[in-house]
Design a protein around this ligand. Structure first.
Ligand SMILES: [Fe+2]
Length: 134
């Protein structure tokens, strides 16, 4: 089965090794979660994969915010707010999963959109990178 989300350095690479590696790891975890979902894995297995993705996201946002501070990126505070709102939305989906035991398509739509729009549109700015239109 094709991966839910394909890491492609030409489309998502920022040219900053530390951030690119972390984005690639996030995508790997998202794909793993999607595969478990598609294979109708049990609730405990899904919960473990979902929590791992959540932990990795928290670490990544922290690292990315530290990176932006290190380079003196002027819009770091605005970017922080976007991270906080993404995390809040992720946590809302996680809460719903923990209550129902199910991950819906809207959750995967959220993940895929988050990556496409956030990496290409928002992260690209601190990397000083312009992506061609999708
Ligand atoms: Fe970001």
């Amino acid at each position: 089965m094709a991966s839910f989300f394909q890491w492609d350095p030409a489309r998502y690479g920022l040219g900053i090794a530390e951030m690119d590696q972390e984005h690639e790891t996030l995508i790997r975890l998202m794909n793993g979660l999607h595969e478990l979902h598609a294979a109708k894995a049990g609730r405990a297995e899904l919960a473990k994969a979902l929590d791992a993705l959540g932990d990795c996201t928290v670490r990544h946002f922290r690292d990315e915010e530290a990176y932006m501070d290190r380079i003196g990126y002027p819009n770091a505070n605005r970017h922080r707010l976007l991270h906080a709102s993404l995390l809040e939305r992720f946590r809302e989906h996680a809460r719903r999963f923990h209550a129902s035991g199910e991950l819906g398509n809207d959750f995967f739509y959220f993940l895929s959109n988050w990556l496409k729009a956030h990496i290409r549109g928002v992260d690209a700015r601190y990397a000083g990178k312009e992506f061609a239109a999708a």
